[in-house]
Design a protein. Sequence first.
Length: 246
Amino acid sequence: MVEHTRARSFGAVAADYDRFRPGYPAEALRWALAGAGAVAGVVDLAAGTGLLTRGLRALGHQVTPVEPDPAMRARLDAAVPGTTALAGSAEAVPLPDASADAVLVGQAYHWFDRERAHVEIARVLRPDGIFAPIWNIRDETVDWVAELGRIAQMGESSSDLTVKVTTFGAAFGPVELGRFTHRTTVTADEVVGLMRTRSHWLVATPQQRQRMERDLRELFATHPDLAGRATVELPYQTLVFRARRR
């Protein structure tokens, strides 16, 4: 029940989610779709506000976003002209059998009922089609970024994911892992804004929120790599887990 609450908490902050969450590096998306064709029919599953949809469209692909939350769909439709997100979930994709060259998931696969989702994703994929969940993970080998993660409890690490994501079920071949790096330039206020889009913040009590924001602002004011700087580079690893439908 707690996980369901967290998974469905993002619609309340759809605008901030769209503003503060990072996009995905083009090289990661190209690797995810290697062999799918120059213009692939891609389902962006659990599309949120369309951050992944925008990256895929910029590469020339035909994208169908699917998202369960109406507030997130509304933000996606406003942010990505010419695109209408479909209401649906990983466990109930509103598309015909064998209709997609690829299904990609940005920052959401950990919320799925995986056994049901794998069957449904395999259903909508053509033979040899690609399934690829993707995560942007902060690079916590950097000291202040590790402290940021501790304060805000901002999600899984890359080591967590590489242990947990090992198979997509009998309908898929072996899972391959691609790693990519990128950075975003942020202010302290923008990092606070990013924290406010995370599930832990959204289900926290007012007292917990006050503590997290206080500690985060203190980090920016006192850490030697941050103090006195108007902006900093927030480093990410992008992990892509890719498998083909048998």
